[in-house]
Design a protein around this ligand. Sequence first.
Ligand code: NAI
Ligand code: 15L
Length: 277
Amino acid sequence: MSAETLPQRPVLLTGASGALGRVLTRALGEAGWTLRLTDRVPFPEPLPEGARFQLADLEDGPAILRLAEGCGTILHFGGISVELPFETVIGPNIRGLYHAYEAARREGARMVFASSNHAIGFHERSAVLDDACALRPDGYYGLSKAYGELMGGLYRDKHGVESVFLRIGSCFPEPTDARMLATWLSYGDMTRLVMRATLAPSLGPDGTIVIWGASNNSRMTWWGRDGRDTIAWAPQDSADPYTQALEAKTSGNPVVERYQGGGFTGLDYSRGNSGKS
Ligand code: NAI
Ligand code: 15L
């Protein structure tokens, strides 16, 4: 492995036992990266060589600081990953995020933050967004991701911490409905994205960049300019081969179909216009 494919310092991955955490652990381990892994539930697979796993809750600040010691990058994938009540989201996704950023600050580490399309989910599907678009979260989960990006801005301005905000669409083994013909991000593209976000020598003059996390899908007309050129990443996979099988698989709910965030926008929706006006 060359210096161009190996980070200079160990990499801390939070949420390692989750779906994307396990994909990353396997791929980055195979690439020879030195990994420190953590989650609040045990890692369910054999660990790759060079990886250490430590059980910890993101809400335990001293534990997260200890885990990050010596690390040059924090891949922050841990936390609540779906829409849930405010009181359930706030601990892992706000307090836990703060602990991850404090660790990045102390170590002089780069943060690669698994943000989400749900930070902008209440933009309409007819809109074309760029990386400077307004945050329009579609629930408490999306709000926590928007807060995470804002926190990254604070830590950049006050402490010089670099961040890559990955506004991930739908990262699953394969697309499963019509919306995902636009939002799907393959595991391969996600892994390459995380690698480039970690290895890119510079994030440009600003020190924070946003990347729209979708594969090369013809139906992805919603998301435009972002920072991908800065880190030399381009998606290689596509949801297009699934079009015929999935294009009729819509929700039938006008709110869900109107907004980019899909199903999460319709949860507990009480505005009363059914998304029609
Ligand atoms: P996941 O739910 O499978 O994994 C999240 C992991 O975080 C779990 O293993 C869980 O145990 C851990 N976790 C939760 N609370 C914790 C706490 N207080 N302390 C320590 N660990 C805790 O989610 P997935 O799909 O792997 O997503 C990973 C990240 O990517 C999440 O931050 C999610 O919001 C984000 N994301 C994922 C997308 C997807 O399509 N899979 C789309 C957009 C964002
Ligand atoms: C997310 O942020 C979630 O973590 C994931 O479970 C999906 O709901 C995804 O967004 C999506 O929008 O498809």
